[in-house]
Write a protein that binds this ligand. Structure first.
Ligand code: SF4
Ligand code: SF4
Length: 333
């Protein structure tokens, strides 16, 4: 077994025991999650997007970060966005018809509120308001100041100038601090992998948006519920839409300010709290968690100094080597 693999296993076990294996806010235990988790395909999408970012670095910087505007009054719950996301990111998939038909099946996929999982970077949930369904697409919000990035002590997350928050599985040690830190409950864990589990999450289709394409979910949405463009334009569009139809919308663009702002923005006819969105103030999460995370890191280091320092030293030392190997193998593919 390679030294890096060995350290990952040790740190993963340490991370699980520190966090306590408590499952998630949906009341699912780790064994539920293990049963439900669709096996992803080795984090192909996250790795590929990180490598693309590394290759582009300063070569491509948009004037304004991008954003997606979600109009919840238009979403019809067809789940085509889920299908397109799986397809583009090479996650396990089913025929698109099965996604579209799932709404009317009994039991319906909408009977339970779902969260993202290792093999599904986006999910659509159904809520009811006055007896009418409201469908809510959920994925990484691509926060302006990401809590996942602040929590990660091996720097496996990166906020890009394009707006996307990327994740590098090659650096991840599986500690799951990012899962604790994220206010939107997004980073998903490979529960089915007991040896070297990692995190997966939406990449905002960085590999597409840097090639002048729009995210796969936006492209497939025939209900016009998803729009993509520079964040300032999406905000303008959001307010224009609300002001044109004040009876249809509540006067709130979710993500404009929440947690310091996000690069996914939502407009709705129903209060966001009723639709499962966390109530957050304007302060970025890292501004609250800075001291806590610092304390966690210090305690961890004191408790497991030889292991953590040894691991961190070796990971840092091997990082460049590993990344250049990744670049080479990517070029061969
Ligand atoms: S966002 Fe668009 S593609 Fe996704 S479920 Fe809603 S209508 Fe369908
Ligand atoms: S939503 Fe969660 S995972 Fe996504 S950028 Fe924000 S903190 Fe990170």
């Amino acid at each position: 077994m390679k030294r890096r693999e060995f350290l990952k296993r040790i740190l993963t076990i340490a991370g699980i025991s520190l966090i306590g294996g408590k499952g998630n806010v949906y009341g699912e235990s780790p064994s539920d999650l293990s049963q439900r988790a669709v096996k992803s395909t080795g984090n192909i999408a996250n790795r590929k997007n990180w490598l693309k970012y590394e290759a582009l670095k300063d070569k491509q910087k948009p004037k304004e970060p991008y954003a997606v505007l979600v109009d919840l009054t238009k979403c019809i719950g067809c789940r085509r966005c889920e299908w397109a996301c799986n397809e583009w990111n090479k996650n396990p998939n089913k025929p698109i018809k099965e996604f579209e038909e799932s709404k009317d099946k009994k039991p319906s996929v909408f009977d339970k509120i779902r969260r993202t999982s290792a093999g599904a970077f986006t999910v659509v949930n159904r809520f009811y308001e006055n007896g009418r369904p409201v469908y809510v697409k959920k994925q990484c919000m691509h926060c302006t100041e990401p809590a996942c990035q602040a929590a990660c002590f091996v720097d496996a997350f990166k906020k890009t100038p394009h707006g996307a928050v990327l994740y590098n599985p090659s650096l991840c040690v599986g500690c799951r601090y990012c899962m604790i830190a994220c206010p939107f409950d997004i980073p998903a864990y490979e529960y089915y992998d007991p040896i070297t589990p990692q995190i997966t999450k939406c990449t905002m289709c960085f590999d597409r948006i840097t090639e002048s394409q729009i995210p796969a979910c936006v492209e497939i949405c025939s209900a016009d519920a998803l729009r993509f463009g520079p964040r300032n334009e999406m905000l303008k569009l959001a307010y224009e839409t609300i002001n044109k139809n004040p009876e249809r919308y509540i006067p709130h663009v979710y993500g404009e300010h929440e947690a310091g702002g996000t690069n996914w923005l939502y407009i709705s006819g129903v209060s966001f709290e009723k639709l499962g969105f966390p109530k957050l103030d304007k302060n970025p999460i890292p501004s609250y968690s800075k001291n806590f995370l610092f304390t966690v890191k210090v305690l961890e280091i004191i408790a497991a100094a030889p292991l953590v320092w040894g691991a961190y030293y070796m990971i840092s030392k091997n990082r460049k080597k590993k990344e250049s190997q990744d670049v080479q193998s990517n070029e061969k593919q």
